[in-house]
Design a protein around this ligand. Sequence first.
Ligand code: PMP
Length: 440
Amino acid sequence: MSMINGFSPADAERLSDKERSLIERRERLLGPAYRLFYERPLHTVRGEGVWLYDEQGRRYLDAYNNVASVGHCHPRVVEAISRQAAILNTHTRYLQEGILDYAEQLLATFPAGLERVMFTCTGSEANDLALRIARHYTGGSGVIITRFAYHGVTGDIAELSPSLGAGISLPAHARTVRAPDAYRLGAEHVAKTLVEDVRAAIADLRAHGIKPAALLLDGIFASDGVFPDPAGFLAEAVALARAEGLLYIADEVQSGFARTGANMWGFQRHAVQPDIVTLGKPMGNGQPIAGVVARAEVIESFGRSVRYFNTFGGNPVSCAAGQAVLEVIRDEGLQQRSAEIGAYLLQGFQRLAERHELIGDVRGAGLFLGVELVSDRQSKAPAAAQTRRVVNAMRERGVLISAAGPLENILKIRPLLVFQREHADLLLDCLDGALSEVAG
Ligand code: PMP
């Protein structure tokens, strides 16, 4: 049998006829850029709360999805979307109250000083707009990112997303800094390393005649490998960048909306003040809505000289979804839940680490968690093949997670914010089993 969509013949043989036919149709219709998760891809037909269901009615605990963050098909979000879709759905060039009500509620979740919002449809577009704003404001073009960053798919932003693979080459105006990897650098060196790297990047840009415009960082460093600690490590690097005239763009597409625990925003963990914040993913619980929040002065200089119109960005249905998400986070106490269940899971992973040699490190903030697998604790040699096997073993056991990091040896675990203890226990149980299976 020939390879289908990168699956080995052994994998393909385990597929049902229906699955095989869907894979072949995808390849024929969508081309090869689309990748599927898992050796045995999952055919999802329905979602509800923390569960996704396949065609046979088997349910999977969703510990991966950072989009349907308040639960798949949350009734309040579904109701808000359908109610608004039945009344009006146009664009932002008419006077409407919904977008303003939502903008007020959204901005109220930010620290003082971040007081304007512009809407887009995707996180990539938000980062693209943020970059344009930063370049306009500073008159520079240089951007500093982490070595294995992911910020999105537009032309300008894909270039600043080295994690997209070898097909991406860094542009002349970009410089990278090492990931704040407390496990490998040592916790006490993280802040210092980052500040040294940012200083060197600024100097090197200038030495090449490039004026730096922005320091663009993911609030949880998801693609780099999930790095939350030690809290506060960003402060010095951000202060340096701002003192040097760069804007600090906090990419909160992953770390926003209570994902990292009691804080609504990931940057708050580090007690830093961004100039621009980009939002997306969980913002509409699946309805495409994303945006840029910024200091008034920064956005105004751009807006006065550049007209902005985004056909779908900030439309009434998307704003209704966004508003419902904020209300659910508030009314269901999800910031607190994220902190509590996240801490519970972290303790659970630490207990597993006592019995499973494969676990080199466990880390996380709120419900964004990383479990780094190594084949040798002394040398910290990444256990990429085993990580892949654990991810697939978890899928077979009915729990969805993934892997992150340049070597894909870090289990990336992002349970929905509505996880209860029983769901956390199920995840821990399955991980225990999957780790034993892979080690044995
Ligand atoms: N920034 C980060 C940190 C992301 O993880 C992503 C998406 N994975 C994006 C930006 C891009 O968002 P989108 O896919 O909505 O364009």
